[in-house]
Write a protein that binds this ligand. Sequence first.
Ligand code: ATP
Ligand code: MG
Length: 159
Amino acid sequence: MSNRIIITQSSIQTYELGQKLGTQIKNILKTAEYSKQNLKFGFTGDLGAGKTLMIKGIMSKIMPKEEITSPTYTIINEYDVNAFSIFHVDLYRINNFRELEGTGFLEALVNPRAVMFIEWIDRLGNEIDNLCADIVTVDMHYISPEKRKIIIKNWREDL
Ligand SMILES: Nc1ncnc2c1ncn2[C@@H]1O[C@H](COP(=O)(O)OP(=O)(O)OP(=O)(O)O)[C@@H](O)[C@H]1O
Ligand SMILES: [Mg+2]
């Protein structure tokens, strides 16, 4: 399980990287493997680096019929796919765990049937590690208008 560092040269490349990851997740959801690999993804990095775009790429493979909108205002968007719940979360405006009580977020963290894509997961600090082990992290950095550096940690498939 090594870290991957990927440089993308355009929005399309980042979207396609998301699609590749989405295909792998979709395949895992078809088997009992989902209970072995924790499907919680935390996205961090620069403002406007491409977190939402990459998640849209992922979602386009997991639920091609659904129109994905950014959770900037809703904080949590939840979609049902077969027997799974797919969460797209944006914690940019969240300051601590208490603000998430009653939203279903904390319950989902420990539910193996919840697949989560969490933008700005670092807003919650280190406490998240006590609640949820083995989070896959996707750290996205702005290099130039079209170029991004993407560091993926803890994902066991090849990308
Ligand atoms: N290589 C690239 N990868 C990703 N996005 C790129 C790239 N080059 C340009 N962009 C542009 O950067 C923007 C990324 O926006 P996006 O909303 O996905 O970022 P974000 O990280 O979710 O932002 P926020 O921090 O506000 O949540 C888009 O307008 C996209 O077209
Ligand atoms: Mg975003």
